[in-house]
Design a protein around this ligand. Structure first.
Ligand code: C2E
Ligand code: CA
Ligand code: CA
Length: 768
């Protein structure tokens, strides 16, 4: 079985190849007479082996569906038995055939074939076909009887009757076998003409039933050519049977994999065909040895039946046209309830339904949950029309990158899913394709968006809800890892993620309960130790957990949108405290306090007004404030750019935080009115290590060096972050840095301690 749960196409090609090769062989043999006739017997058992293998594959795969498994299991045993019979027959042919003459069928072979065939047709007879209502059932049985009698008469007249009355006597086992094949195949065919929704795919079932038509072909050949009908039967007609079986298997496995389901047909033309079929032997008899008055009666009866058929056929056509129209309407309604109006993707209901049946059929499924990062911000700042357009574009993108591998779905809001057949690595492949596609701007507004993707593959005993929960947990884990990422669910992942989600819920309470406060870390001149500014850092004093570090709750606050309010608190608190320090220590005590700002806050339409109000309320001028932005892809986009330029026009200073860690630090410098860059701690770490090898040392210092040179060229201030020892400070000074921040200079501290530090500095200045 292939990875996607479908039986490989290879089987179909092999059996088709056998049919073609064997037919070609027959043509050559019949025209040249060369070679042993026994070769005619080779294709069927070979095809039989392939069919058995394919059936076994399918049978193993349909674990979840009892009735389907029963059907395919019976067919498997039947096919195996028939194959054994044909192997015996082939062996017999090689041992005993001479010239163009082939020996009659050994009893053992006939028994195996007959038994297998009967079993296959019994399987067809037993499978439920899903009709409903007594009226419908009665009509169906009537139609089936008509069809059965019609076909039987035809086959009797042209097949069995000539065989029974032939001069050359037929072996009784052959007659019994062919007779049995007749009855069973007609029964099977008349049954599969009426199929509703059952456990076995309609087309597959029809193919299985049609397999028995090969028996009818054999009978007709035998009746027409006698013993000489053997080789074409074996070489040309019968190899079609394994081909049909393998095709049926493929069709069924496609249906299970959700690739394609066979359409439902209106009702059957079969009864009419059957009546017409009875007319053929009637005409044949009438033109034979009857006297003319009798002939007239029969021909008139035939004419009447033909007219009735035409009449019925016209009515049938009208009916099916009406039914067709109804069905189109029904399908449209069906589409409407199972699809999302905005994006045209399948919706949550459809998704649950499909996932459920994938789990039930045991074919396995992988779910990708795709969640847009910061979609709410787009909606809030650019309006719902732009948001809608973004969702439509994303839907198109998902369709494109998913292709034939699966089915994209809109679960609701900005949450999408992709349903994939089977498991293993296809989830990662598709997830990566989605992330890759999102490195380009999308929608008419050319927005840069990112998505977090959770992947979960259904375990054997998974339920619908367990798979969805796992995908959800994985998706949150992806968000926690800094967004624009995919994460596959692993056992044990749920606990920390759930804790994190709970944290998100607790933030609201904590904000109302006043559990947040701000600490300050000084930014100093590296030469003199003079305090130039402070960075405000938020702290959460949790009643039970103690101090929770920002790396744990800032992402949750961003996700829930609470960062806007939390950020406003930090901003106001910092302005209030700064105003107090300036009042106490004079305007030169502290040039610039810095406040961290998340991209999510910049998307907020009220952000500029908030900043101006916080400054104004405490009598501060805008040039007193630095806003520190971390580079992230969300920093791109028209709205943010407008906000930043407006802040710049008003005089607020902007700093790029963690500078050098992102991919596009330089392009951001060009796009935004930045005044300060903060060299990330990772470029300060290890900078002091003094290698004997100057090349290695230079490599380590390369970024720090490049940043200070670039800042100099562009007229920006550069602050080195995370300085922990004197050697680092010395090296940074050598490179040209004048400003720094880090544990060596001072740790983040409560306002009261900062006040003491400022006081000490004032007395030092007064003394010096
Ligand atoms: P950041 O903006 O890069 O802040 C600097 C972080 O480095 C702070 O961690 C600070 O305590 C730490 N640090 C300073 N000097 C040293 C040093 O010498 N060695 C080491 N190992 N660390 C040093 P903190 O306070 O845990 O903050 C972590 C991050 O959380 C911040 O990184 C910032 O991105 C975010 N954050 C903090 N407060 C806020 C806030 O009010 N709003 C927003 N949006 N983000 C905040
Ligand atoms: Ca910062
Ligand atoms: Ca930083």
């Amino acid at each position: 079985m292939a990875e996607d749960g479908r039986v490989p196409l290879r089987w179909v090609w092999i059996t088709l190849g056998l049919v073609v090769a064997s037919s070609v062989w027959f043509l050559v043999w019949v025209t040249t007479g060369a070679g042993p006739v026994a070769i005619a017997y080779v294709a069927v058992p070979l095809g039989g082996v392939v069919a058995v293998a394919a059936l076994y594959d399918l049978w193993r795969a349909v674990r979840g569906n009892r009735l389907a498994r029963q059907f395919w299991g019976r067919l498997l045993v039947g096919a195996a038995s028939m194959t054994v019979g044909y192997v015996l027959m082939a062996v017999n042919a090689f041992r005993f055939s001479v010239g163009g003459y082939t020996p009659s069928m050994p009893i053992s072979a006939a028994a195996a074939v007959g038994l297998g065939f009967a079993l296959a047709m019994w399987a067809v007879a037993r499978v439920p076909v899903g009709t409903s209502g007594t009226g419908q059932r009665r009509r169906m049985y009537l139609d089936r009887t008509i069809a059965f009698l019609g076909c039987a008469t035809l086959l009797w007249h042209f097949g069995m009757a000539p065989m029974l009355t032939a001069d050359e006597r037929w072996a009784p086992q052959t007659l019994v076998l062919i007779g049995l094949a007749f009855v069973l195949s007609i029964a099977g065919i008349t049954k599969v003409a009426y199929l509703g929704e059952g456990p076995v795919d309609r087309t597959a079932l029809r193919l299985v039933a049609a397999m028995s038509l090969t028996a009818a072909g054999v009978a007709v050949l035998a009746a027409t050519y006698g013993n000489a009908g053997g080789p074409p039967s074996q070489a040309v007609v019968l190899p079609l049977a394994p081909l049909m079986l393998v095709l049926a298997v493929r069709v069924q496995s496609n249906a299970f994999a959700g690739v394609r389901r066979s359409p439902r047909s209106n009702s059957s033309l079969l009864p009419y065909l059957a009546v017409a079929a009875v007319d053929l032997p009637l005409v044949a008899v009438a033109t034979g040895h009857l006297r003319w008055p009798g002939r007239v009666v029969i021909l008139a009866a035939v004419a009447v039946s033909v007219l009735v058929i035409i009449r019925q056929f016209l009515a049938f056509r009208d009916n099916s046209r009406l039914l067709g129209a109804l069905r189109t309407k029904e399908e449209r309604l069906q589409h409407e309830v199972s699809h999302d109006g905005l994006t045209g993707l399948a919706n949550r209901a459809w998704f649950r339904d499909r996932l459920q049946s994938a789990l039930a059929s045991g074919s396995g499924a992988t779910v990708l949950l795709v969640d847009l990062d910061d979609f709410k911000a787009v909606n809030d700042s650019l309006g719902h029309d732009v948001g809608d357009e973004l969702l439509v574009s994303l839907a198109g993108l998902l369709r494109e990158v998913t292709g034939d591998d699966g089915m994209p779905v809109r679960i609701g809001g900005d949450e999408f899913a992709v349903l994939l057949a089977g498991g293993t690595t296809v989830g990662e492949t598709v997830a990566q394709r989605i992330l890759d596609a999102l490195t380009q701007p999308i929608s008419a507004h050319r927005l840069m968006v990112q998505a977090s993707i959770g992947i979960a593959t259904a375990a054997p005993e998974a339920t619908l809800d367990s798979v969805l929960r796992e995908a959800d947990v994985a998706m949150y884990a992806a968000k926690q890892r800094g967004k624009a990422a995919y994460v596959r669910y692993l056992p044990g992942m749920a606990e920390p993620v759930l804790a994190h989600m709970r944290l998100g819920g607790e933030l609201r309470r904590a904000l109302d309960a006043g559990e947040f406060h701000v600490v300050y870390q000084p930014v100093m001149a590296l030469e003199t130790g003079v305090i130039i500014g402070v960075e405000a850092l938020v702290r959460w004093q949790h009643p039970e957990r103690g101090l929770v570090p920002p790396v744990e709750f800032i992402p949750a606050a961003e996700r829930t949108g609470l960062i806007v309010e939390l950020g406003r608190f930090v901003l106001r608190e910092t302005c209030r405290q700064t105003a107090a320090w300036l009042a106490e220590f004079g305007p030169d005590a502290l040039q610039k306090p810095g406040v961290n700002v998340s991209a999510r806050q910049l998307h907020d339409p009220g952000f500029v007004a908030d900043v101006m109000a916080a400054l104004g309320d405490h009598g501060l001028t805008p040039d007193r404030l630095v806003l520190e932005l971390t580079e992230s892809a969300a920093l791109r986009g028209g709205q943010i750019s407008r906000t930043l330029h407006e802040l710049d026009r008003l005089g607020v200073k902007l700093a790029l935080d963690d500078f050098g860690t992102g991919e596009s630090s330089l392009s951001l410098l060009r796009a935004f009115p930045v005044a300060i860059v903060k060299l990330d701690k990772s470029f300060v770490d290890g900078i002091e290590v003094d290698d004997a090898n100057p090349a290695a040392r230079d490599a380590r210092q390369a970024v720090a060096r490049a940043v200070i040179q670039m800042a100099g060229a562009l007229g920006l201030d550069a602050v080195a972050e995370g300085i922990e020892n004197e050697a680092q400070a010395a090296r940074l000074r050598e490179l040209g840095y004048t400003l720094g921040q880090g544990y060596l200079l001072a740790r983040p501290m409560p306002a009261a301690e900062m006040t003491k530090l400022l006081a000490a500095q004032r007395s030092a200045v007064a003394a010096g």
